[in-house]
Design a protein around this ligand. Sequence first.
Ligand code: ZN
Length: 271
Amino acid sequence: MAKIAESVIEEIKSRISMVDVVSRYLVLHRKGDRFWGLCPFHEEKTPSFSVLPEKGFFHCFGCGKSGSLFDFVMEMEHLNFPEAIRLLAEQAHVVLAEETPQEKRHRSEEETLRDLYEKLAASFSYILSNTDSGSRGRDYLERRRFTDETIKAFSLGYAPDDPQWLFNFLRSKHYSDDILAKSGLFAKNNPTYPLFRDRLMFPIRNWKGQVVAFGGRDLSGSSKAKYINTPETMLYRKREIVYGMYESLTELKKQQSCMLCEGYFDVLALH
Ligand code: ZN
């Protein structure tokens, strides 16, 4: 999106009360010039989280977290800065600068791709749990002793063996050739041939819980690559995403520590 003018930020601040915004997430009580509540960033029984509306600033005396209205919304909604501005601008009825046609196209492609990945993850998961062809995946998971609970929590799925299925499925949902080519789901030299066939599918989510890529474990026993991943796309930058991070967020915040491990199944097993 366009670079955000300082005036927009000032206008949002002048029109929106920080106490109102924070109060959507926790109960605040006034004491002197501060408002106090239970901190949403760490677990506590007595309030050490405070808001200074005059200064447009929050601070937690328990975990030390502090920042502006925008920092608070970014943290609570898992947004980046421009996204937080967009959200608050909407709520404050502040008009943002127009996007350039190029930015608009980019954003619309990104939204289409997100939608595609969500639909596909749901379909892979349906196929795994409810169809005959999915039994290959179910049997494999059973042998490795993963429960339905884990399968559900990580939305595991199954990509059918049929090399026509993916292309036909996505075309039936009216995705364009151009979007399919940018999706990272098809072979570079054959735009209808799927990268993932007869594989157990691991949806990879970003911080916000949106599916942005897949990992796939071969079930045929005949593929050279036991595991493959979606290549980088407009949604997926490998250096920014750790598999299982989203699913661990609540616990991570409580513990303030984590264990890193290498494989998809290691993540599942440790959970
Ligand atoms: Zn805190």
